[in-house]
Design a binder for this molecule. Structure first.
Ligand SMILES: [Cu+2]
Length: 135
């Protein structure tokens, strides 16, 4: 029976030893992520746009910024309730008529992204969209 305990303790030591190795690996991974994120440090630029939403368009319908820019959008519907959504930046706003909604985000990835109305607003709803370009 004594041998059982000795084996158990040795086994536990081995498990703890492996656990330490695993957590060391995690620390290394975290360090890599941290150094990557420094590449995405926001630029000093704030790009501000006034965007009007109306049946069935956004004006302007194309917004261009540079990667790292802080983008500030002042959104306003001038007729009925609309939505404003950009999936890739987790933006999802409801635009009540006459109310200005401000959205601020960092354009931290390059690409061409679609913003669109996600509140049914009439026959042209499905075509109510625009393009966000991040270079
Ligand atoms: Cu709509």
């Amino acid at each position: 029976m004594k041998y059982f305990w000795v084996i158990l303790v040795i086994g536990l030591l081995l498990v703890v030893g492996c656990g330490n190795k695993a957590s060391t690996g995690n620390i290394n991974t975290a360090a890599v992520i941290t150094s990557d994120s420094t590449l995405d440090t926001p630029t000093d630029s704030i790009k501000e746009f006034n965007v009007v939403a109306k049946q069935w368009e956004f004006i302007p319908d194309t917004i261009s910024v540079k990667k790292g820019d802080t983008v500030k959008l002042n959104l306003k519907s001038v007729d009925v309730v609309h939505g404003f959504k950009i999936n890739e930046f987790n933006i999802d706003e409801k635009l009540n008529p006459g109310e200005e909604v401000t959205v601020t985000f960092v354009a931290d990835k390059t690409g061409v992204f679609t913003f669109f109305c996600n509140v049914p607003c009439g026959e042209g709803h499905k075509e109510m969209k625009g393009t966000l370009i991040v270079n």
